[in-house]
Design a protein around this ligand. Structure first.
Ligand code: ADP
Ligand code: ADP
Length: 226
């Protein structure tokens, strides 16, 4: 089963920027996949379309076999998104943020609370559960976004530059956590502009530049070439 199947995807923003010029991407279930490319290459646009925050111009996207055109609810519930920008309410507590997120996906409240404890503990945020999000450090906020994205137990986690601006120690512990949940079966796709990050984590990689996929291979094969 393919976790993600993108064919002929194009995006032209209003104003005329051609952010995606026809990309194909195939990610197998269980993969740890990197989308690598410089700033402006089209990584966030790709992720935005897959998580239905951005409208595509042309092409097709399937998530675990669910077409985003005809089975959007199923497609969306399979995905947990960790955006680049902090987009939670800074005045809510961590507990409120993660429990309410589960609520949007119809998770019953008692189940949500059990999960909140599990994920906040796993991400080393449990002590902070009653703190307001604005009191957290940058690294904690990143981890909070990961905990929140897991609350509806998606089959795939998509992270947009997850360790941008995070210091090396916290970056390592985030990498470790992502490896663990991948081993438990969650498909992971992350964007990065650090080859090192992709190298540490990912089995397969696509390199995107100026709206086109210029390389799509296993990490091993790519490293052998360099
Ligand atoms: P990346 O994530 O790889 O840095 P993006 O997908 O953010 O790349 O951007 C791809 C291109 O689309 C860039 O030229 C960027 O300026 C443009 N772009 C991104 N978002 C918008 C938008 N909302 N409106 C117009 N142009 C955009
Ligand atoms: P509000 O006052 O906006 O409803 P709450 O403080 O009740 O927000 O928090 C939202 C949800 O998270 C509630 O269901 C609450 O019971 C739960 N919650 C908040 N803090 C904790 C906590 N420390 N342990 C368990 N559940 C909590």
């Amino acid at each position: 089963m393919k976790a993600l199947n993108i064919v002929g995807l194009k995006k032209t923003y209003k104003g005329g920027v051609q952010a995606l010029k026809g990309i194909d991407l195939h990610v197998e279930e269980g993969d740890f996949f990197a989308l690598l490319g410089p700033n402006g290459a089209g990584k966030s646009t790709t992720i935005g379309i897959v998580s239905s925050l951005v409208n595509k111009s042309e092409g097709s996207v399937e998530v675990f076999g669910h077409s985003m055109d005809t089975q959007l609810v199923d497609a969306k519930s399979s995905i947990g998104l960790v955006p680049q920008e902090f987009n939670f309410n800074q005045f809510e507590t961590l507990m409120q943020i993660v429990v309410n997120q589960a609520g949007y996906y119809g998770v019953p409240r008692d189940v949500a609370k059990t999960r909140a404890e599990k994920y906040l503990k796993q991400l080393d945020l449990w002590e902070k559960r009653d703190a307001r999000a604005r009191e957290l450090s940058g690294g904690m906020k990143r981890r909070l976004m990961i905990a929140r994205a897991l609350m509806h137990e998606p089959r795939m986690l998509i992270l947009d530059e997850p360790t941008a601006g995070v210091d090396i120690e916290i970056r390592r512990s985030m990498w470790q956590f992502l490896k663990e949940i991948n081993q438990q079966g969650i498909t992971i796709i992350l964007t990065t502009h650090y080859l090192e990050e992709a190298e540490m984590l990912c089995r397969n990689i696509a390199i995107i530049d100026k709206g086109r996929i210029v390389e799509n291979t296993s990490m091993k094969a790519l490293l052998a070439k360099l």
